[in-house]
Write a protein that binds this ligand. Structure first.
Ligand SMILES: Cc1ncc(COP(=O)(O)O)c(C=O)c1O
Length: 394
């Protein structure tokens, strides 16, 4: 795999991936310099060429996620956008939602608003000591009154992959819907919505999918468009003779001009992922994650969080060093070692209570991408070792 030349050791791919494949930069640049028109708003040769790119991107996204057809995939502006559309478009007063304490604020905050102002009841499933949503608790919380279960596919704090199949089975057994937040798994692990009990799935386009910022995807299984009201109404470039919002997919949810440079970049990124193969990418990030975990495990004074089973994790590893705050560790890593990580609560406030890291200022999070190398991981482990040793001698 060719690696773009970089002297940076970027281990914050869970926030957004960097670097991107060269083809992504080229596609965004070509769009900006040579195309520049709006999607679906013209009949020129240039506009037709752009429509082909947008369509190819949707087809590639559908293939990667295992969607029935490309028009089940909606372009959004990020993972948060898709989750807001799904939650606010679906929920009604009297609905009862079950979610987990592992969720990101892009789920927790829309649910908070629905709870406070929308007459929706929300319950939060706890985690076990491996960071997995407790299956028994989920089974107890999900009752015939439950209308929706919302679950992260993998935590952006611990990297633990949740048992979506079990959750789906429990959810569907009472006739409720399952919404999955795949922000940390899309592009990292194989996902097949046609064989998973998933009704709606949202993900970012700029994390594991390697597209530019400002991109995201929302998959809705057939029939969902009758239940999810579109949250942004307006021009779609289609059915312009009427003032009614189109009922057809994906136009129903794509009002306003698209992020065309972003989609051009995402199309190139998905093409690159297809070339590498999702299984190969998964294997490669698994090897780097194992190396990181094994390295950190040998250091006295380092606490790690999340599942101890490699198959239950994505390449997100949270840690703390005894006696020093996560923000301070991240600053030292950046300034003294040139290693970029993220400290803090990572927009997932509830999981820190469960991990006991709420009083520590959260965690130091390292997250790998396809352009990280074994050398990056070795450098990160060695830097953490140095900091932990220094703390032991203070
Ligand atoms: C688990 C999880 N869900 C949702 C999001 C939100 O994604 P986006 O940044 O694309 O809005 C993130 C981003 O970090 C995340 O980690």
């Amino acid at each position: 795999m060719t690696q773009p030349v970089s002297t940076r050791r970027y281990l914050d791919n869970a926030a957004t991936s960097w670097p991107k494949p060269d083809a992504v930069y080229a596609a965004v640049d070509a769009y900006q310099r040579e195309c520049g028109v709006a999607v679906g708003r013209g009949a020129t040769r240039i506009a037709t060429g752009l429509a082909i790119t947008v369509d190819r991107c949707r087809q590639r996204a559908a293939r990667l996620l295992g969607a029935e057809s490309a028009n089940r995939v909606v372009f959004t502006f990020n993972g948060t956008d898709g989750l807001n559309l799904a939650l606010n478009g679906l929920l009604q007063p009297g609905d009862r939602v079950v979610t987990s304490v592992a969720e990101h604020n892009s789920v927790l905050r829309p649910l908070w608003a629905q709870r406070e102002f929308g007459g929706v009841e929300v319950e939060y499933a706890p985690l076990d000591d491996q960071g997995l949503v407790n299956r028994d608790a989920l089974r107890e919380l999900v009752t015939p009154e439950t209308t929706l279960v919302v679950l992260t596919h993998a935590s952006n704090v611990t990297g633990t992959i949740q048992p979506i199949e079990d959750a789906g089975e429990i959810t569907h057994s009472v006739g409720a819907l399952l919404l999955v937040d795949a922000a940390q798994t899309a592009g990292h692990v194989p996902i097949d919505v046609s064989s998973l009990p998933v009704d709606i799935l949202a993900c970012s386009g700029h994390k594991g999918l390697l597209g530019p910022l400002g991109t995201g995807l929302l998959y809705l299984c057939p029939g969902m468009e009758e239940l999810v009201f579109p949250m942004r109404l307006g021009g779609t470039g289609s059915q312009s003779e009427t003032d009614e919002q189109p009922a057809t997919m994906p136009d129903r949810y794509e009002s306003g001009n698209h992020n065309a440079p972003g989609i051009a970049g995402l199309d190139a990124a998905l093409g690159w992922i297809e070339e590498q193969g999702i299984d190969a990418l998964h294997q490669q990030s698994g090897a780097l994650t194992d190396q990181l975990i094994e390295g950190l495990r040998t250091i006295d004074g380092v606490q790690m969080y999340g599942s101890s089973t490699p198959a239950e994790r994505v390449g997100v590893v949270s840690l703390n060093i005894d006696g020093i705050a996560p923000h301070e560790v991240a600053t030292i890593l950046d300034q003294n070692f040139g290693i970029e990580v993220r400290p803090g609560f990572h927009c997932a406030p509830l999981i820190h209570k469960s991990l006991g890291t709420d009083s520590l200022g959260g965690t130091v999070r390292m997250s790998v991408g396809p352009f990280n190398t074994a050398d990056d991981i070795e450098a990160a482990v060695s830097a953490i070792r140095e900091i932990a040793e220094a703390m032991r001698t203070v």
